[in-house]
Design a protein around this ligand. Structure first.
Ligand code: F0G
Length: 490
């Protein structure tokens, strides 16, 4: 932890330390410099062995898995970049907090520690714990969605969209034009198109728009941030029409760091303070604690409206649990509370954002097309750009992700025609883009792991023209990417 998040054990020694510091400065022999190397702001406290595999073992494993990386046993994966969700390493202080967990059914002290940590950054009147993000989404939309309703967002994440649609409502993505342009260097490509939002609410009628969602950062559109200015503008449109605004805030800390780094007038501001301003613009939020809150499980739903909170809690009791634990163990609540505090540390965020950029920029330098600028939690490879000889309906993203596994044991995720191509009438269409996401688990891999990833990607790119397309041999009618089986084309 850094930035004052840890207790100041030296507070009684301050005057003595100041004198020592002055003396040390007077005797400095080399010029103070800043160094380019990004170091992990932690050292390793418990190790988890990685299992090395041979190319032959990997070829057999992926064939067995029907060429679907979700079907692999994680034991057969060397560097797992499938997701940054729940895959991060917890800190010493989080493990200590776990020991402090109190498993009382109602009113556990761990609940109050959790609630206070959440409201310190997100000062909503009501906080409702859930077992993960999609549970918060299900409760939110079962109360606010329904047939005839439309829910706009910058870009809905797949579970958010699925939970909106499950209630019979329509989910609409309104990201700005820059956000749809893979090569645009616009600093806030996650922004919501406010003119389009205003038009949608006018066209459909305020009574058919129960809530506006803004996802920070915008995962489905490259992990790109949303600016504070855009959030203010969205708030103004919502106010004009009397529609509530909710944040899908999974990657709030990474988004706030980008605001601090890129937005005019925000440099030098405390990230925690930026987060509080983001929260102050919303009427509520959903959260997956598996992302920026640095936990392996958990989430929450929060809002200011008393009547709405009452409906949420009634729904929560039905399927998640009593409102002071919401489907989580007391120890999970404690790990999340500690994780939220660590998530806004500047030392941690500087490393997090720079190390993701380190991977993306190195790949770009070797000529691999990537979504620019590099987002917060992941690097997105443009498989369609790298494999122009594989038509979208032969799944270039799948081909690239299988090749990365075969070559170096790296597990990535296809975000393209496999994920989005199947239409509700059973026909297939090319997705807008064929991307492969390399999602970086938090505080888990070191720079040498990432250097290895760069080397493997480069080797695969050198042989890109020899990669083949795939055909699907088995698939489910919805969310087929999780279970489909494939066969390489000759
Ligand atoms: N919202 C966003 C923006 C997400 O990225 C996710 C999950 C969720 C909601 C749902 O949260 O998994 O706790 O139920 N994203 C993961 C990913 C799965 O790989 O991007 P959850």
């Amino acid at each position: 932890m850094g930035d004052g998040a840890a207790p100041d054990l030296n507070r009684h020694r301050r005057p003595a330390l100041a004198a020592m510091w002055a003396a040390a400065q007077a005797s400095v022999t080399c010029t103070p410099r800043t160094f380019r190397t990004i170091i992990e702001p932690f050292r390793i406290h418990a190790v988890e062995p990685l299992r090395m595999t041979t190319p032959e073992e990997r070829a057999a494993a992926i064939r067995e898995a029907g060429y679907n990386l979700f079907n692999l046993s994680a034991r057969d994966v060397l560097i797992d970049l499938l997701t940054d969700s729940g895959t991060g390493a917890m800190s010493r202080d989080q493990w200590a907090a776990i020991q402090h967990g109190d498993e009382s059914y109602a009113g556990s002290p761990s609940w109050f520690i959790f609630r206070d940590a959440v409201t310190e950054l997100f000062p909503f009147r009501h906080v409702i714990p859930t077992h993960q993000g999609r549970a918060a989404e299900r409760i939110l939309f079962s109360v606010m969605g329904g047939p005839g309703q439309v829910v706009p967002s910058n870009t809905h994440f797949d579970t958010t969209r699925a939970n909106v649609e499950f209630t019979g409502a329509e989910a609409v993505d309104l990201v700005t034009a820059e956000g749809r342009d893979l090569t645009s260097m616009y600093p806030f490509k996650g922004n919501l198109d406010v003119a389009a939002l205003d038009e949608l609410i006018r066209a459909r009628g305020r009574e058919h728009v129960p809530v506006v969602m803004v996802t920070v950062t915008n995962n489905s559109a490259g992990g790109q941030p949303v600016s504070l200015a855009n959030l203010h503008e969205v708030r103004a449109v919502c106010d004009r029409h009397g529609v509530p605004l909710f944040l899908d805030a999974c990657r709030f800390a990474e988004n706030a760091w980008f605001i601090r780094e890129r937005e005019e007038g925000q440099a030098g501001r405390e990230v925690a303070d930026i987060v509080r301003e983001m929260a102050s613009l919303a009427d509520g939020m959903t959260m997956s604690a598996k992302k920026d809150p640095l936990a392996n499980i958990g989430g929450w739903l929060a809002c200011n409206d008393d009547a709405l909170a009452e409906s949420f809690r009634n729904m929560l009791i039905l399927t998640e649990g009593f409102p002071t634990y919401g489907g989580l163990a007391g120890r999970d609540l404690e790990a999340i509370a500690q994780g939220i505090r660590e998530a806004v540390s500047h030392d941690y965020l500087r490393y997090r954002i720079q190390s993701t950029a380190y991977l993306g920029e190195a790949l770009q330098r070797t000529g691999i097309p990537v979504v620019m600028p590099i987002g917060g939690h992941a690097v997105y490879l443009d498989a369609r750009g790298l494999l122009p000889h594989i038509p979208p309906l032969q799944y270039p993203g799948q081909s690239l992700s299988v090749a990365l596994y075969e070559a170096g044991g790296i597990r990535s995720g296809e975000i393209g025609t496999v994920m989005f191509g199947l239409q509700s009438d059973g026909t297939e269409q090319a997705a807008t883009m064929d991307l492969v996401r390399l999602a970086i688990p938090r505080r888990t891999y070191t720079q040498s792991h990432i250097d290895y990833v760069i080397e493997v990607c480069q080797a695969v790119a050198e042989e890109a023209s020899g990669l083949r397309g795939y055909r699907i041999t088995e698939q489910a009618p919805q969310l087929r990417h999780f279970t489909a089986r494939f066969e390489p084309l000759r």
